[in-house]
Structure formats: C-alpha cells, structure tokens
Ligand binder design. Structure first.
Ligand code: 13P
Length: 257
C-alpha cells in the first residue's frame, strides 16, 4: 500500500517570523502516528528556522530546488550537501515555474534529479502540460517525454526515493483544479510511462500526487481518485488551517481509495 504524501510548496512567500509560525502550527497539528508523509518546502533562507520549528514532529523538511553540481564556483546556487546539512531530506525538481518561467531544460532537470538522489535526498519530480499542449491533445505525450528524460539515468532502486507530482501548468495558481477524471487519466498515464521505463511492479509502488489549486473544498474528490496518492500544495499551504485540512483529507481519502 502506498503511503499518502502531502507537500507544502511555499514558493517565494513568507518571511522569517511567518515561516517559523507556519511551521510551528503545522508541526503542532500533526500527531506522532500521522499516516502520511507531510513535507514543507520553505524558501532557502528559512530552511534552518523551519527545521528547528518542526523538530520532533512528523513533518519533514524539503527544499524547492538544488544545484546540479556538487560544489564550487556556482554563484547563487545551493548544493544537495548544503540542503542535507541544514536538515532537508526532500527536494522539488522540475517544477513548472522553473521549467517555464525560469527556463530550466530537460537536461538540467535530469542532472538535478540524479544529484538529489545520489546525495541521499528524496525528490518530488514535477511533470505536467500547459493549456496549449492539453488543447492540442498532447498532454500525455508531454508527460511521458518529461518522465523519459528525467528518469533516463535513474535506476530502479533509486525510485523508492521519488514521488511524481502531476501538476498541470494551467491549474497552478489559477484557482482551476483539474477534474478528478482528468487527474485520474494523467496519473494512469504516468504509471504506464513508469511501467515502460521500469516494470509494472515498480510503477504500482511509486507514489504519484496531484498539484494545482488544491484547496480543502476540491481535495476530497481528487484524493478519492484511484491512483492519486496525495498532493503538492502551493497557495493553500501558506495557511496552517487549510494545509492541515489537506493533510487530513490526504490521509483519509487516499487510504480509503
Ligand atoms: P497552487 O496550489 O498555488 O496552485 O500551486 C501548486 C504548486 O505549484 C505546487 O507545487
């Protein structure tokens, strides 16, 4: 049985004080026997204070990005070792804002994923199509191509440490959540791409989560879809009450599916 996963991607939001208090509130709201992986992804400067705030709780710490290089002359970059050094155990790779707004290439995303896994971090690999790609009927081809490229150098054993996030670009920050049927179809497509790259057994063991305008009101129907193992949350993860409601929905909804 796949353990539900729920991540809060804070993006470029919060400040020192609000990051700490948000992390405290989330840590306080999750009990010791929490039946899902709950991970918060604050901005780099707040990794350490958030690590302190969640210490002793079931909440894990993740970073939103990492360098594809080990160390050295890379001004502004943050290495996998640095992330581990401040207590991060997860990292997001291939988020659509980095693919489309910042311009990361498929090759760079593949390097970052290899670096993360090779350094002992667990990774959330994001894939998803734009509105134009969906309208052109290319959504599944795009997702499959993103997976093929990112996973080309990742062996089966390392996939234990990978969560795939299906984040349709048109659903991110727009208030438009994907229809449960569309999310279900995309998740099936992701598993069949994983089966083609590895095998059916591995594909059925990898967690695949949904991201894009998830709020408590829409989460229940998404988490009830067969094959959806939780979510990666942006805006709603900045409000402790909403994020905790989503954590509960993931635990209950995914476990029941
Ligand atoms: P929103 O929940 O704000 O749409 O963001 C989703 C996302 O990009 C999570 O990584």
């Amino acid at each position: 049985m796949r353990r539900p996963f729920i991540g809060g991607n804070w993006k470029m939001n919060t400040d020192h004080a609000s990051a700490r208090s948000l992390a405290h509130a989330i840590a306080e709201g999750t009990g010791a026997d929490w039946a899902a992986d709950v991970v918060v992804f604050p901005p780099f400067p707040y990794l350490l204070p958030v690590a302190e705030a969640i210490a002793g709780s079931p909440v894990a710490l993740g970073a939103q990005d990492l360098s594809g290089e080990v160390n050295g002359a890379r001004t502004g970059e943050v290495s996998a070792e640095m992330l581990r050094d401040v207590g991060a155990s997860w990292v997001i790779v291939g988020h659509s804002e980095r693919r489309h707004t910042i311009g990361e290439s498929e090759a760079l995303i593949a390097d970052k994923l290899s670096m993360a896994l090779g350094s002992g971090l667990r990774a959330v690999l994001c894939v998803g199509e734009t509105r134009a790609e969906r309208d052109a009927g290319k959504a599944h081809d795009i997702i499959a191509a993103q997976l093929r490229s990112a996973l080309a150098a990742i062996d089966a054993a390392a996939m234990d440490d990978v969560v795939i996030a299906y984040e349709p670009v048109w659903a991110i920050g727009t208030g438009i959540t994907a229809q449960p049927a569309d999310a279900g179809e995309a998740h099936r497509e992701i598993r069949s791409a994983l089966a083609a790259r590895y095998d059916a057994r591995l594909a059925s063991g990898v967690r695949v989560v949904y991201g894009g305008s998830l709020v408590p009101a829409t989460a229940k129907s998404i988490f009830a879809v067969d094959g959806v193992d939780g979510g990666l949350v942006g805006g709603a993860s900045l409000k402790a009450h909403d994020f905790l409601a989503l954590c509960t929905a993931a635990t209950v909804g995914v476990a029941a599916s």
